[in-house]
Design a protein. Sequence first.
Lengths: 322, 719
Amino acid sequence: MPNLNVPTFQELILRFQRFWAERGCVLQQPYDIEVGAGTMAPETFLRVFGPKPYRVAYVQPSRRPADGRYGENPNRLYKHTQLQVILKPPPQNVQELYLESLTAIGIDLGKHDIKFEEDNWEAPTLSAWGVGWQVMLDGLEITQFTYFQQCGGIDLDPICAELTYGLERIAAFLQDVDSIYDIVWARNPQDGSVMTYGDVRLKEELQLSVYNFEAADVEKTWAHLNLYEAECQDLIRQFNSLNSNKETSQQERERFPLLGAYELCLKCSHLFNILDARGAISVTERVGVIARIRQLAVGLAKAYLAQQMPAKAEKKQNVEVA
Amino acid sequence: MPHFLLEIGCEEIPARMLDAALTELTRRLAELLTRESLLRPSDAAQKDGDDVAWQSSFATPRRLAVSTDRIAASQPDVTEQVLGPSVKVAFKDGKPTPAAEAFAKKTGVDVSTLTRVSNPKGEYLAATVTRKGRLAAEVLAENLPKEIQAIYWAKNMYWREGKPERFVRPIRWLVAMIDDRVIPLEFAGIKAGQKTYGHRILFPGAQSIPKADEYKDVLAKCGVIAGPKEREHRIRKTLDAATRTVAGARWREDAELLTTVVNLTEWPSVVLGNFDHQFLSLPEEVLVTVMRDHQKYFAVEDSSGKLAPHFLAVLNTDSDPDGLIRHGNERVLRARFNDARFFWDTDQKTFLKQRVEMLKPVTFQKDLGSYYAKAERMTRLADRISAAINVAGIEVDHAAVKEAARLAKTDLTTELVKEFTELQGIVGGLYARAQGLPHSVADAIYDQYKPESVEDAVPRTREGAVLSLADKADSIAGMFALGMIPSGSKDPFALRRQANGIVKILAEHGLPVGITTLLMDALHCYQENEAEAKFTHTGDLFKEAIHTFFRERLEFYLREVKGLAYDVVNATLTASADDVVDAVARATAVSSVRPSPDFESISTSFKRMKNILRQAAEANRRVAHPYDSSALKEQAEKTLAAEIPKVASQVNSLRAARHYEQALMEISRLRPHIDTFFDKVMVMVEDEELRAQRLGLLQTLVGEFSSIADFSEIVTERK
């Protein structure tokens, strides 16, 4: 008889979502463009700007082509699942809230060892960083807890708290299994039959590892990257000239598709990761390509801020061009 | 007597920063109390240097606290005389003028109590004013927030809107008390009170501190051992107790890890966990790194000193009654070890030799290119070093050195090193051995980063020494040529440490390789590299920077590692500072002959000679060089002139054979002749020609005998 308090993978997600919804979070859906981390979804990368309070929680499948292991390694995935929570501004009791969320998924904190160990997060391609901890539960890192300080080269005020839970790790811990692929994803309440993580995802891990490491067409991937980048740059340029034109109405400014440009930027980042996994980027190129993507991200962050609060953007926020 | 307490309640402070922050807070409080005259003299006689014991300081991940009973309730009243207007202005016809009255009003006294004082400028009015000392609570409320804000953190953050202040992590509460009264201070939007917080999980909720001196006891009752020393003691004891459950086992002492876990816990306990002994087939280096660096576990060894299949985890909680925590930690370690084994097996599928090409996309330094290019340079450089050593009659296996240099960096492409970067080099060595390469190659690769600190050992083999030299010299030459020369606290690539390594290896392996040659060769190996186009510091600029940089490193080595006196080191290095082995031999010789009276006297004489020569040069006096001994007049100078070539030829042959101590003894045989010379002969005579000849004699003397050490640098007692 399975322990009913041990959640399946999907039950785990549901419990987290319920917990954070009850604490005022908007429940967003996963972003439908490839990202390397929940941070890159616009719900984080763009929403952290500006003074408006915001709370959001969402599951975000996160792709890291170089981390793929053809489904052969019990602890590593090409695509892992994060639960991302953004609290802007962070409430004073944010750590207590976080601990309560662990209780909510069925962890009896009194019987475990919890430590907050220094871990400062940094994403050079996003020109973003923060300070915080990795939260350790009985020696297992289950969450990255970050006080976001800067994003897209722009100092944040107010700052926000970012909680990134590693769902596979937490599920494996709760279910006490040694391989991610043995995690019970769903249990049919009618007949008790079980679908494991492996049933649901193994094939994808295998095939995308093959794609990323062996099959991706290097030349075409470069071409895609260049196309996306060019279009993204064009859009940023158009917005900037629109924005600096005194004739531009607020309405024109607001309808400009910076969100579309951001999606192009995400594409570039993912294509870069594929090329990197494919071993197709030389030393000299590498630094350059990272700088190109950072330039897009930083340009978009600045533009987005200008779009949100046209008058104050330049004055209020300390804008640094990376 | 009043008891003061300050506690800064904070979200978890990084373990590595805690000790320094506590020391700083303690110092800041001491300085504040002294500056504000709030430090009471101690009741017991205060001994010199007893400046720490009067404060108690506490630190856990969630708090920094200081307390003392040496605080005064208030500042002492201060009586002082304030000078007013001159008497001439202050009185007219014996009556006070408005100037006098204004002064009296300003100082708060009656005109009739004003006195008169005379100074060179004339007679002035004066008032005696007593300033009331302020209450300690008032002064502290005003000043402590500034002190809290001023604490240095390697990395800090904003957390409140409008970004009013920064700290290492958000401050969540403050306690500031004198006895049972709160000091009304406010920082970061938090008013200080009497409420503290105990252990997060074991004792949630606020706890009241009735009196300042009960702080430690209050915390002890709510799951916090406030003193780091006491936590360390408890951790040691519980590590011992847990280890005793395994017969013959010992936990491996690890000072750094112990400090870390002391700073990660408030209420530490220990569990002993096990792992499958099949993992013991992995190299111990890998297992220990996983346990120590990644999991902060102590390793356990059996009675023979071999790693045992157990680990010790330090918890931040009371106990583990259901064994859940042990089980969880075992699970994590199993996964980590499985990973390591998986990486090990995967890595074996591609031999190091096949990985050379894979270094092409791995960046060494952004302007210096890839590790592939570095390995090529290292191979060439290592070959040159080997050849130079061979010429000096020291054997080294050329082929092994070249092979090791070619493969040295290939482990950077392995999964194991990508996962456990701190094992670079070591993994390469282990793989080389597993892949059947000769021991000489494997050991050289294994030791390539040694010595990693001043205390660390040098590579075990000569081949390893050459490889390590090549690696370090290549990095230093490249960075210097780019103009990235360490200065002050700026040394991002730890070039000083690498240079210390070069010095130590040369000295301890006895390798007669000149530093200038080594680094020039290293720079030469960059020829035709892309990096060369970016070089800004080449030629003499490079040579000079290298010379200055390494002279400091050599000084450091001779003083700190060899324990030689600074003047001996200066005397030795002023003579020359290029050949490390030679410098060590010379410095040791100088150090051992230094106590002899002859040597002391010679040093004094050399200083005198140098002074005379300097003054002569400043006055543009001619120096006959070479001097003509037949032009000398006095017997004393003729004798000295006759002795110089005799002694010099002895000294030169001894010096060539590197018998420095004997050579120095030989030089000191000149002492009576030099002494007589200075007794009988006046150098700076009117006779221009004679003076020039005598100066020439001194110059020859100084020049001839200063190549082992510059004696004038020796500090002598007599002036």
